[in-house]
Write a protein that binds this ligand. Structure first.
Ligand code: FAD
Length: 328
């Protein structure tokens, strides 16, 4: 009988990625509702030392596949290893990050294992009566939220947006089991040749990884105003993000967009500057720990979710803020 909630743990250069840790937190909730365990799947090369950390973040068991062929992410060997684990352990649920790796790996596995996959989920829940997994994701360009279930096949599988789920605090007192699996790889599994890995040199973090975000909306008036936001962000060690109105206007790149059809963020501090607070924007940032909004309209919806609201002109307030920080 299928059992346990499995999480595919993403790593790059042996560094665990945030999304996998977030998924362990969500898997813990789902597993508790089912009275089952959380199992992390950790694949890579020289990676075993990271297994303990996954137990400290909520995994009851970590299955490690440590092999040179898994040094860089390549679809075929990774798919072979995860497929073998799923066939052996027969999980009830398998979660992947909706990252470039998860989006590549999960559909391939769904097809191999003959099960369904709900992509890009923003909420997961166990139905109390049927004990099926309810998987919710935006549909029709974000115009409605669809809840999907996989009734007749196991495992139930989902990719989940980074930044949506909450990681558990690191607890070194948690205990668990580490199991090593050997997969019989052969040369034909490596069907691509990696000649070179070129790293993009960038000081900038992805907005989902930033602790502080300075986010601009149409109210900043013009694309150049993002320079002012960038200056504030640099002083605060923050990243710049944006509303969809500014992305659609071509003022800033799409990967900076926060919201239902952009990215979900959960920083420690979120500055909403000249952002009205449309429901689709709020959906992507309302879990931020501290929300500071500046808007010249005291009725703006953003004030409904902000911890500190300043009614005023961003062009008057932000330069003063920059000046004050520089003086400190
Ligand atoms: P506006 O709504 O134009 O607001 C500008 C604000 O700036 C106003 O509140 C105004 O009072 C204030 N302002 C103006 N001048 C100043 C000034 N000088 N100083 C201070 N304040 C000033 N939106 C997203 O952001 N993310 C999404 O992912 C997203 N997905 C969507 C999906 C769908 C299916 C749909 C239909 C819409 C989506 N939207 C999304 C769009 C959303 O509905 C809003 O249109 C958008 O968020 C508005 O952006 P904004 O707040 O920057 O602009």
């Amino acid at each position: 009988m299928s059992k346990d909630v499995f999480v595919f743990i993403e790593q790059r250069d042996s560094e665990l990625q945030k999304v996998g840790i977030e998924l362990l937190g969500e898997a813990r909730k789902l597993a508790d509702s089912l009275n089952q365990d959380v199992v992390a799947m950790l694949l890579g090369y020289n990676i075993k030392s990271k297994a303990e950390m996954l137990i400290h973040h909520g995994a009851n068991k970590v299955i490690v596949v440590d092999d040179e062929i898994l040094n860089e992410y390549v679809t075929e060997p990774y798919a072979k290893a995860v497929c073998a684990i799923i066939k052996k352990y027969d999980p009830e649920i398998v979660l992947y990050g909706a990252s470039s790796i998860g989006r590549d790996l999960a559909p391939r596995l769904a097809s191999r294992i003959h099960t369904g996959l709900t992509a890009d989920c923003t909420a997961l829940e166990i139905d109390e009566e049927s004990k099926n997994l309810l998987m919710t994701r935006p549909a029709f360009g974000g115009n409605l939220m669809a809840t999907i279930l996989c009734e007749n096949h196991r495992p139930q599988m989902a990719t989940v947006r980074p930044g949506v789920m909450q990681a558990l605090k690191n607890n070194p007192d948690l205990k668990g089991e580490i199991v090593e699996e050997k997969i019989p790889f052969d040369k034909s599994d490596m069907n691509v040749v990696i000649k070179e890995v070129v790293k993009v040199e960038s000081k900038k973090k992805d907005i989902t990884e930033a602790d502080v975000l300075v986010s601009g909306g149409r109210g900043i008036g013009a694309p150049d105003a993002f320079n002012m936001l960038g200056e504030l962000a640099d002083l605060l060690g923050a990243e710049v993000s944006a509303s969809r109105a500014t992305v659609d206007a071509g003022w800033i790149e799409k990967d900076k967009q926060v919201g239902q059809t952009g990215k979900t963020v959960r920083p420690e501090v979120y500055f909403a500057l000249g952002i009205s607070g449309a429901i689709q924007h709020i959906a992507g940032m309302e879990e931020s720990e501290l929300i500071i909004a500046i808007n010249k309209n005291e009725e703006a919806g953003i004030f409904g979710v902000s911890d500190l609201g300043i009614v005023g002109d961003v062009h008057a307030i932000v330069p003063k803020l920059i000046e004050l920080i520089k003086k400190e």
